[in-house]
Design a protein around this ligand. Sequence first.
Ligand code: 5RP
Length: 232
Amino acid sequence: MSDELKKQAAKAAMQEVRSGMRIGLGTGSTAKHFVDYLGAEVANGFECICVPTSEVTAAQARSLNIPLTTLDEIDSLDVTVDGADEIDANKYLIKGGGGALLREKIVAAASAKMVVIADTSKMVDHLGAFPLPIEVNKFGLGATTKLVQTIMDEFAAQGGLALRQTKGGQAFETDGGHFILDASFGLISDAKALSNALLNVPGVVQHGLFLDMCSAAYLASPDGVVELGGTV
Ligand code: 5RP
């Protein structure tokens, strides 16, 4: 998607924030634009306290003098604005392409509202074309991989399972010190059942299905930004 569309979606989401709010800051190339817009407002006197969903976003926010805190200091947020890898008509999401899904889900769950920003190319009829990121504990990786593969077989996955690698060929490590398995389902027919099955595997820390979490989405296309509203 073009960077300009990412910017437009991020700018539209600025209408969700008010001075004085506690805000969750997402991770990824679209969320980065939102943090830039927020930083510009902070420079003009906008007051907020924010919780970043990754070390990368934390560093960006610090560079813009956006006040940061943690979910130890405050236990709830007004809104979180974050990107997504896929979004369907129910506002069910696949997230974690950037590897921040665990913190993203913790922060979103602590927020009264989760707002997604993306371009319309992220809209899908059915989730699953984007490989589902599954964050796993390093301990027992082989055994966990086998159990996840069994679940993929049960859910008729059309593709394979891969340990995420860095460009340098090392296993990618999340901010929490875990690995990520990318599971290519092709089509996820029952996202809730799949979520439950994956969370039942002891070595699975979390997965990138965000179900009943997204309250609104701003989706940019060359014709403008559309809002997917509704209730969660
Ligand atoms: C990171 C994420 C991102 O929000 C998702 O990958 C979308 O990223 P981008 O805005 O760069 O397309 O889930 O873990």
